[in-house]
Design a protein around this ligand. Structure first.
Ligand SMILES: Cc1cc2nc3c(=O)[nH]c(=O)nc-3n(C[C@H](O)[C@H](O)[C@H](O)COP(=O)(O)OP(=O)(O)OC[C@H]3O[C@@H](n4cnc5c(N)ncnc54)[C@H](O)[C@@H]3O)c2cc1C
Length: 594
């Protein structure tokens, strides 16, 4: 379905979306479903039976599995056909990331190879570079890695010290320095390495081959989780890189690095869909087998609560991810129609959705941590045993809050970038905020719920957005340009923005599902929505009250608190029963089937 009125990046905070304007995973066509099945079959046959061997770093195993994925075409999903790939759209590549996301360490290796390892060349390479490397990356003949982080330069990625100097003959850049935490570094053939030329302030990017002179690789890191994923330090000692391997122009590196990371964040949102569903399946299957007090633990309301919350959060994350994926695809088409070449059209589309990507990364990684944590709890002592799969899931989940930009960096991006987009006039943020502020006196008592279910939900979702609009106006007036430095407030805002986006996405999907599946089958989704909105309203309230106390003057606090209470009221629903119904469906199905 083509969405002509597709929303632009960050606009959601000031603009409503209609249910028919979003893409939902139920809409995947037969071709996409076949690709998903191929991925599932691959996981089942090549990855899942080998998890222990993978985690033990059996020599050559991970690259061999990646190469098999390449033979099946799974490494070339996004690579254009002219370079030997399948040229699938962004949404389909997210579906692949979703399914393969359940593959523990393999999933990390796959994402690094096809994402940050391949995309710099695909989006920023010149024709020669693309011809030289992409066909090999598409088939798995070549495997990729991305080398940005250094011992002294993590979140502050542009502060790296790796240096590139042109040799006297003008034929090679000579690289000196080191990189650390490089995923796939133990075997990757092609590395995108970021370094500063001479005394430049800004990074440049280079395509470095494994066998170039002067490059050496450290030992595998011993990690808390994703143990089977290769992570090494890389050293450059007068490493000779031919001048034609400069990627983009001198000084383009930081922009390339950030744009590629942005994409990695979106993909991470998709990865955690697969891993969360797997952990939910493990949880419910255990709960359906384990007896205590002569009853299955699945019968205990406390366990049902956990199972239901796992489902609700995973379902919400999936909804937001696919909504945004299609928005990105629509933006790519729009950019191409406006005359951009394919590569630029893709990069610009992903850049446009930088706020959504950041909030999805935070939401998805914290969702998965919740799901695996409660998964361990449902398993009781067995959850702590290295014999059970959930233990691996728990350890492997933790990294998601750290890489692809830590969640602190991504909360900053969510709040701060959205505000900056408003200040630059890219979205009418402060105009809409002024309207909300002008109406603050009306926010007393409780909203006029109409009795129409979806109208009332829409009202609630829009009210979450109004909390942010109300507070951002006041914060901007108080702090002006210094607001960026008030990270606690930016984080309060980030969480309110994140809840607004996810709650709205969920409302839109559940509304669509009523039409698609009918009233009766749609009921369970209304339960999911009811509980989500209730939880979400509490988060928005808590973040809002913290922000109010931290910067609204005492004489105005009561007015703001009254407005906050009003704007976070949800129509009452029996969420205890709703959670039980969600858990009961999961328990009956004995797997995630929502
Ligand atoms: C298993 C693994 C695989 C990885 N793979 C790759 C890879 O393939 N390629 C690659 O280039 N890198 C990779 N990384 C590196 C990863 O991206 C970094 O670890 C991450 O960006 C954080 O950097 P850091 O570890 O230096 O932490 P730091 O930047 O030192 O952060 C420490 C703490 O300070 C916080 N902090 C830092 N700056 C700010 C700020 N401005 N405001 C608020 N809080 C802040 C952070 O959120 C964090 O909590 C990988 C890391 C790991 C662990």
């Amino acid at each position: 379905m083509e969405h002509k009125n597709a929303i632009k990046g960050s606009e959601f905070i000031v603009k409503e979306t209609l249910p028919e304007e979003i893409f939902i995973p139920e809409e995947f066509d037969e071709e996409a479903k076949m690709i998903a099945q191929t991925c599932q079959d691959f996981l089942d046959t090549e990855v899942m039976p080998n998890l222990d061997r993978i985690d033990a770093h059996e020599e050559g195993l991970m690259p061999a599995i990646l190469k098999k994925a390449g033979e099946l075409g799974l490494l070339g999903i996004s690579i254009p056909e002219e370079y030997g790939g399948f040229g699938q759209n962004f949404t389909t590549s997210m579906l692949v990331a979703d399914i393969l996301g359940a593959g523990y360490s393999f999933s990390v290796a796959y994402s690094a190879d096809t994402g940050i390892g391949t995309l710099p060349i695909m989006y920023y390479g010149n024709e020669e570079q693309k011809q030289k490397y992409l066909p090999g990356l598409a088939t798995g003949e070549l495997l990729g890695a991305y080398c940005l982080t250094e011992p002294g330069a993590g979140s502050d990625a542009n502060s790296g010290k790796t240096k590139a100097v042109l040799n006297e003959a003008g034929t090679h850049y000579i690289l000196n320095g080191s990189k650390m935490w490089i995923t796939n570094g133990g075997f990757a053939d092609v590395l995108t390495v970021f370094a500063k030329i001479d005394d430049d302030r800004i990074l440049s990017a280079f395509i470095v081959e494994r066998n170039f002179p002067g490059i050496t690789f450290g030992a595998e890191e011993n990690k808390m989780g994703i143990k089977g994923s290769s992570t090494v330090q890389i050293f450059f000692n007068d490493c000779e890189v031919p001048v034609e391997n400069l990627l983009g122009n001198r000084g383009d590196g930081f922009r390339i690095a950030l744009n590629i990371l942005n994409l990695g964040r979106i993909k991470l949102g998709a990865n955690v869909i697969g891993s969360s569903k797997l952990a939910i399946n493990q949880s419910v299957q255990y709960a359906n087998e384990r007896k205590q007090f002569r009853t299955l633990i699945a019968n205990f309301p406390a366990i049902k609560y956990k199972l239901a919350q796992q489902v609700i959060k995973a379902f919400a994350n999936e909804t937001a991810v696919y909504r945004m994926s299609k928005n990105v695809d629509d933006a790519v088409k729009r950019n191409i129609a406006d005359g951009m070449d394919k590569g630029t059209a893709n990069v610009e589309a992903q850049r446009e959705f930088v706020v959504e990507a950041a909030l999805i990364k935070v939401f998805g990684s914290e969702m998965l941590d919740y799901v695996v944590d409660e998964g361990v709890q449902i398993h009781g002592g067995m959850g702590f045993s290295a014999e059970t799969a959930i233990e691996r899931g728990y350890r492997d989940s933790r990294i998601n809050r750290i890489f692809e930009g830590t969640n602190e960096i991504n909360r900053n991006v969510t709040g701060d970038t959205l505000i900056k987009k408003g200040l630059k006039g890219e979205i009418p943020l402060f105009e809409e905020a002024a309207k909300v502020v002008a109406g603050i006196d009306k926010f007393t008592g409780k909203p006029d719920f109409s009795g129409n279910y979806f109208e009332d939900v829409k009202l609630t979702v829009n009210n979450f957005k109004k909390v942010f609009l109300l507070l951002v106006d006041a914060a901007h007036k108080k702090f002006g340009k210094k607001l960026s430095r008030e990270q606690e407030i930016i984080f309060n805002f980030a969480d309110i923005i994140m809840q607004s986006y996810v709650a709205e996405s969920l409302y839109l999907r559940v509304n669509r599902l009523q039409t698609l599946k009918g009233e009766e089958a749609g009921k369970i989704y209304k339960d999911i929505l009811d509980v989500y909105l209730f939880d979400s309203a509490n988060i928005v309230y808590n973040q809002g009250i913290e922000a109010i106390y931290s910067f609204i003057g005492e004489n105005e606090q009561d007015k703001y608190i009254e407005a906050l209470r009003y704007l976070t009221k949800v129509k009452p629903a029996n969420i205890k029963e709703a959670r039980r119904r969600i858990a009961d469906k999961l328990i009956d199905d004995n797997k995630y089937q929502f």
